[in-house]
Ligand binder design. Structure first.
Ligand SMILES: [Zn+2]
Length: 137
């Protein structure tokens, strides 16, 4: 874990302006890193001595700024989006839509080309062998 990265987030950590996952990550790091723990206590003392608390709107802006600065790469975001948890009902709706399309597509495909045969031309069923096609000569 990068101590510089952790220390840059300690103020937000102390103010509660970070995500729970980031809080857990910083908690784990602080338990094992004396340097960052000292930095955290220094920041905590400095913030608490001011007795100024940022407003909720400011906390949101701070969190958004941090998120924007440390935004994961596009590939990582795509992977997260693909592997996000999807509620069961959405999966069932998607499966039902696929089933409806699979059932209706052949019907619409058949109706889409009703004039594919020329007038007077006989439709040939290639799956059924006709007696006229069995003669060799
Ligand atoms: Zn550290």
């Amino acid at each position: 874990m990068d101590c510089a990265l952790i220390q840059s987030e300690l103020a937000f950590y102390h103010l509660g302006a970070i995500l729970d996952a980031d809080r857990d990550r910083i908690d784990a790091h602080l338990l094992g890193c004396q340097e960052c723990l000292r930095a955290y206590f220094a920041i905590k003392r400095q913030i608490d001595s001011r007795r100024e608390r940022p407003s909720d709107a400011m906390r949101v802006r701070l969190a958004n700024s941090v998120r924007k600065k440390f935004r994961p790469a596009k590939l990582v975001r795509i992977q997260r989006w693909l592997w996000r948890p999807i509620p069961l009902y959405r999966g069932l709706v998607a499966a039902a839509l696929v089933l409806v399309v699979a059932v209706l597509a052949p019907i619409f495909a058949r109706d889409a080309h009703p004039t594919s045969l020329l007038a007077g031309e006989e439709r040939v069923d290639t799956a059924r062998v006709q007696s006229s096609t069995l003669s060799l000569f």
